[in-house]
Design a protein around this ligand. Structure first.
Ligand code: ME8
Length: 518
């Protein structure tokens, strides 16, 4: 039987500048979801990429004295390196400058024009000549250009429009009938009440005032403007409208488009309307997560208050950063990024709770039994409660990950870790070790510890690409069968006769005072 498929996407980011930790947030979340589904046996397609056209990039390239393509090529190379550094397992990387993407966007534009969903008209807006930008009245700041503060002129421009208004009723119906379509639920009401019910206007989809875009084949003064180009990436990456469109047929509709909350509107109104016009099925879900804020507001490239993910990963390690991003804030809400919060998490959750648990357990198996737990084992007090807490965890984690609740899933895994740490205090292996009579009980206790750690190490795999291997090495687990995802649901998988390897601490403590002074 064919495997079940799972198609997940991130937004395609603007390569107008280096990416910051906010972009890493979405991509790491999508990666955790993709890894989880692969571990569950799905055939996963995980797509990310870059949105490379538009006036802003054209202008940036000009300032630097290079062509737009040269400009984006350099930044895109950096983005690909960043995803490698963060251990992102995307299956494809789409660039809107890929020739196959460009050709398909042209075909889509033409098809929509031929069937009457795109028509030519005039776009009226406030034009800033030095910035070569159109603004709507509401975008103006004190009646002036929001970018440069200079005077603007009411100007008309010939443009193509997409008949968005035609799809309004069908969109409302779809959203009302499919509560899973927009997540979290609060964003559903926002779309319905703020945008759809008040009424949609047709959307301007071409420009004549700049060149860095995909030319409209039947009217070469025009380039395709922003959303038709960008949103189509989710299907052009699957070779939609190509001779071999087997990937499209296999993976579409997407299971989830993961996006930041500010672009939920484009993904739940414009994108489904485009797909309706094309006669194609709609994505099953658009998940709009919250923003990572810094004290002082949202990170933004233009504000300069950005946190460089490369620096963070090099300093603290990829697993610590990924853990922090997914643990700190409930997925969906806004949250504050601070170095102090990051270091506190590393010290308390990773160094103390998980790291210490592993090193203490390995050290005790080494010290009391020469590295290998004997087969003669006795059960005793506290075992049942430990085993129940740990065994309940995989199912909870699955339910939460199926709903993109990364932070809650990690919280549950850490409850199992805390329960295991408490078990050490309760059973006091160092007291048992004082008398040979208690050997079988000591072996039972250490086995339960190793077994809890085995289970935890399986469950953290979607979040942390490096730590599980380190744990398996220290516990002496060489056979991958003992750490398959499903084996976390069965108590007793820690292999008989395994020999532990004392190793480096997995998460060194960070001296917060020293670090904050730097
Ligand atoms: O919008 N907190 O690209 P973009 C959380 N090209 N997430 C953040 C964030 C923050 N502070 N900053 C950025 C675009 N993001 C378009 C998308 S899709 C067809 C076209 C993440 O480079 C978040 O996912 O501005 C947000 O939606 C995206 O980066 C915006 O990236």
């Amino acid at each position: 039987m064919d495997k079940k498929t799972f198609y997940i996407t991130t937004p395609i980011y603007y390569p107008s500048d280096k990416l910051h930790i906010g972009h890493s947030y979405t991509t790491v979340a999508a990666d955790a979801a993709a890894r989880y589904k692969r571990l569950k046996g799905y055939d996963v397609m995980f797509l990310t990429g870059t949105d490379e056209h538009g006036q802003k990039i054209e202008r940036k390239a000009k300032e630097k004295g290079v062509t737009p393509k040269q400009y984006v090529d350099e930044i895109v190379a950096g983005i690909k390196d960043l995803w490698k550094l963060m251990k992102i397992t995307n299956d494809r990387f789409i660039r809107t400058t890929d020739s196959e993407h460009e050709k398909t966007v042209q075909k889509i534009f033409k098809k929509l024009y031929d069937q009457g969903d795109i028509y030519k008209s005039e776009y009226e807006g406030w034009y800033c000549t030095p910035c070569e930008s159109f603004w709507t009245k509401t975008q103006l700041v004190d009646g002036k250009c929001p970018d440069c503060g200079r005077e603007v002129e009411l100007t008309k421009e010939e443009s193509y429009f997409f008949r968005l208004s035609k799809y309004q009723d069908r969109l409302i119906k779809h959203i009302e009938e499919n509560p899973e379509f927009i997540q979290p639920v609060s964003r559903q009401n926002e779309m319905l009440n703020n945008f759809l019910r008040p009424g949609l206007e047709d959307l301007c989809v071409s420009r004549t005032t700049f060149d860095w875009g995909i030319p409209v084949t039947f009217d070469d003064k025009h380039v395709v403007y922003v959303w038709i180009d960008a949103l189509s990436n989710y299907i052009t990456a699957l070779n939609y409208m190509s001779e071999d469109d087997s990937d499209y047929r296999k993976y579409w509709p997407a299971d989830v488009h993961l996006v930041g909350k500010e672009i939920v509107r484009f993904h739940t109104i414009i994108w489904p309307a485009m797909l309706m016009a094309l006669g194609e099925p709609l994505p099953k879900q658009v998940f709009g997560h919250g923003w990572l804020l810094l004290e002082g507001g949202k990170m933004s490239k233009s504000k300069g208050n950005v946190v460089d993910p490369v620096v963070l990963v090099e300093k603290y390690g990829v697993d610590a950063i990924r853990y922090f991003l997914l643990r700190e804030v409930p997925f969906g809400s806004d949250g504050i990024f601070s170095n102090e919060a990051l270091i506190n998490r590393i010290n308390s959750d990773l160094a103390n709770d998980l790291g210490n648990l592993v090193s203490r357990t390995v050290a005790m198996i080494d010290k009391y039994f020469g590295g290998s737990i004997p087969q003669e084992r006795q059960s005793g007090d506290f075992d049942d409660d430990l085993i129940k807490t740990v065994m309940d965890t995989p199912q909870k984690v699955e339910e939460l990950l199926d709903r993109m609740q990364f932070s809650m899933a990690l919280t549950d895994i850490w409850k199992a870790i805390s329960r295991t740490n408490k078990y050490i205090d309760e059973t006091m292996p160092w007291v048992l070790a004082k008398s040979e009579e208690n050997n079988a009980r000591l072996a039972g206790v250490l086995y339960n510890l190793a077994e809890s750690i085995r289970m935890v190490s399986i469950l953290i795999q979607p979040f942390m690409p490096e730590t599980p291997e380190k744990i398996w090495h220290q516990l002496g687990i060489n056979d991958k069968k003992c750490v398959e995802w499903e084996s976390a649901k069965q108590w007793g998988g820690y292999p008989e006769g395994a020999t532990v390897n004392k190793g480096d601490v997995i998460f060194p403590r960070i001296d917060i005072k020293k670090e904050m002074e730097e």
